[in-house]
Design a binder for this molecule. Structure first.
Ligand code: SF4
Length: 285
């Protein structure tokens, strides 16, 4: 393709939580010599190419526990609602919990704030599986999910004690915006647990730095990956020629003129190195 220069983000690619989930799921499926079926409750990570590889090795993705009544079920890195493990065991399934420790910190923070009597604000996407899991650790009367300060309802400011946590992949500015609003509106007690994942924060910061100085920016990762989509959004705010792509084939299909261009490349936390390398080789070929 003849790119002039490619700048690859040092932070590009798989985080430790995803690596851990992938390694363990491979160990489990490869160690099952007894023919017992291995399931993942939802895709193990938000990357279709990786999920396809695991399916080829025998992992079946299910949407609900009630679809199966025997075998091993893996809980993915995003975590699940509080009752899911018990429900799986009730159904006679073996459970392997691959929830990322940083997601567990978010779940425990919600639980702790709830036990201490705080009204809990989770800054994030209410439809994301991580948040569907985390919210179950609160009393449903005393928790709200907002994506930013503009979604805070007036009643929220009437609480005397408010706790704030964040989806692990949320942009730091959105989190701070909510905390700032609570302080500005003089909520008497605000307790904040910064549950943003450090890996994601670094990825976002470095990606924007690179996007600012290149002709084009490619952000590699699943279209269904929340952290990849956020990185791409942040990059597109500083570089209009930002493209979120999953494969080299997609870059080719865009028909871009890459000759003599400086190209920035980064990848979301669920993008394995073999996909990044395939794309780098294609770009420099
Ligand atoms: S991005 Fe962070 S929170 Fe999410 S799985 Fe990776 S390490 Fe865990």
């Amino acid at each position: 393709m003849g790119a002039k220069k490619i700048i690859l983000a040092e932070s590009a690619g798989v985080c430790f939580g995803v690596e851990r989930a992938l390694d363990k799921s491979l160990q489990i499926v490869e160690g099952k010599g007894d023919g017992e079926q291995v399931y993942s409750l939802g895709p193990i990570i938000h990357n279709p190419q990786v999920v396809k590889r695991l399916e080829e090795k025998g992992v079946k993705v299910i949407g609900r526990l009630r679809e199966v009544d025997k075998g091993t079920v893996m809980i993915r890195a995003h975590g699940v609602p509080v009752n899911t493990r018990a429900e799986a065991r009730r159904r006679g399934l073996s459970v392997v919990d691959l929830t990322c420790p940083i997601v567990k910190k978010l779940q425990h923070s919600v639980k702790k704030l709830t036990e201490e009597g705080y009204f809990v604000i989770i800054v994030g996407d209410k439809h994301h599986p991580e948040i569907i899991g985390a919210i179950s650790y609160a009393d449903h009367e005393s928790v709200v999910v907002v994506s930013g300060g503009d979604e805070l309802a007036p009643e929220v400011f009437e609480h005397k004690r408010v706790g704030v946590v964040a989806q692990t992949t949320i942009a730091f500015d959105k989190f701070r915006e909510v905390v700032d609003d609570l302080l500005i509106r003089e909520v008497p007690e605000v307790k904040v647990f910064n549950t943003i994942c450090g890996d994601i924060y670094n990825k976002q910061r470095e990606a924007v730095e690179i996007a600012e100085k290149v002709d084009l920016m490619f952000v590699i990762g699943g279209k269904n990956s929340s952290n990849t989509t956020k990185i791409a959004k942040l990059c597109s705010e500083v570089n209009l020629h930002t493209y979120q792509i999953e494969t080299l084939h997609e870059i080719n299909a865009l028909g871009l003129d890459l000759v003599d261009k400086t190209i920035g490349v980064t990848a979301g936390a669920s993008t394995p190195s073999w996909i990044i390398n395939e794309i780098l080789n294609g770009l420099s070929g």
